[in-house]
Design a protein around this ligand. Structure first.
Ligand SMILES: [Zn+2]
Length: 200
C-alpha cells in the first residue's frame, strides 16, 4: 500500500482568469499539473498526444443552477484521454459551486482533499481510502481502476530504476552493469511498445 500521488501536487495560479480560447492555457496547465493527469496522476511522457484539457464543470452544462464561463482557467484540468473521456459531461450536482453532495460528484484535482481520497495497491491500482464512498464514486465514474493507470505507475517506477542504474554505470563504468542495463532496456521497450500500441 502506498500514497496515491507524490509532491509536488497540481496547483492553480491566482493570476489567471478567463481567455478567449481555453487551449491557450495548455502550456500553463502542463506546468501547473506537473505533466500529469489531474485525475489519475499518470505522467504524460510517452503518451503526450493522448492528453487533453478537461473542463471540470462541463462546457455545455444543461439545467445548471448558474452558468460558468467555460474557458475560466480554474475550471480546466490537464487530463489524459481516459479520464477526459470518462468524465465527459458528468457533473451530478448541476451547480458549479457545489462539486459533490451526499458523496456523489467530483473533487477538483488541485484540492488538497483529492490526495486523501485514494491510495495505491502494491501494483499501483488506485483504491478508495477507508472505503470512502465519494472516492468509490469517483473511481467508478472516471474508471480509475482501468489497468492502464497501474501500468503507467509501474512504468514510471521502471524509468526511475533505469535512471539509478545509469547513474551507477557513470560512477563505476562496470561492463557487467552495462550489459545488464542493455538487457533491461530491450525488454522494457518491447513491453512498453505493446502497452502503448494496445492502449492509445
Ligand atoms: Zn487520467
Amino acid at each position: 500500500m502506498g500514497i496515491f500521488r507524490e509532491k509536488p501536487y497540481p496547483i492553480h495560479r491566482d493570476d489567471r482568469a478567463e481567455c478567449e480560447k481555453y487551449s491557450s492555457y495548455l502550456g500553463t496547465l502542463i506546468v501547473d499539473f506537473n505533466k500529469r493527469c489531474g485525475y489519475c496522476n499518470d505522467l504524460h511522457s510517452y503518451r503526450i498526444r493522448s492528453f487533453a484539457i478537461d473542463h471540470f464543470v462541463p462546457r455545455n452544462p444543461k439545467d445548471f443552477i448558474h452558468p460558468i464561463a467555460p474557458n475560466f482557467y480554474k475550471n480546466l484540468v490537464y487530463s489524459c484521454n481516459y479520464c477526459n473521456g470518462a468524465k465527459s459531461n458528468k457533473f451530478p450536482t448541476k451547480n458549479h459551486e457545489l462539486h459533490y453532495e451526499n458523496n456523489i460528484g467530483f473533487v477538483f484535482p488541485t484540492d488538497e482533499k483529492y490526495n486523501d481520497l485514494f491510495y495505491r495497491e502494491d501494483d499501483g491500482t488506485i483504491m478508495p481510502e477507508d472505503d470512502n464512498p465519494l472516492a468509490i464514486y469517483i473511481i467508478d465514474e472516471l474508471n480509475l481502476n482501468n489497468p492502464i493507470h497501474s501500468l503507467m505507475w509501474r512504468f514510471e517506477k521502471l524509468i526511475n530504476l533505469a535512471k539509478i542504474i545509469r547513474q551507477k554505470i557513470d560512477e563505476t563504468k562496470d561492463p557487467d552493469l552495462i550489459n545488464l542495463k542493455n538487457e533491461l532496456l530491450e525488454e522494457y521497450f518491447e513491453i512498453t511498445q505493446n502497452i502503448f500500441e494496445n492502449n492509445d
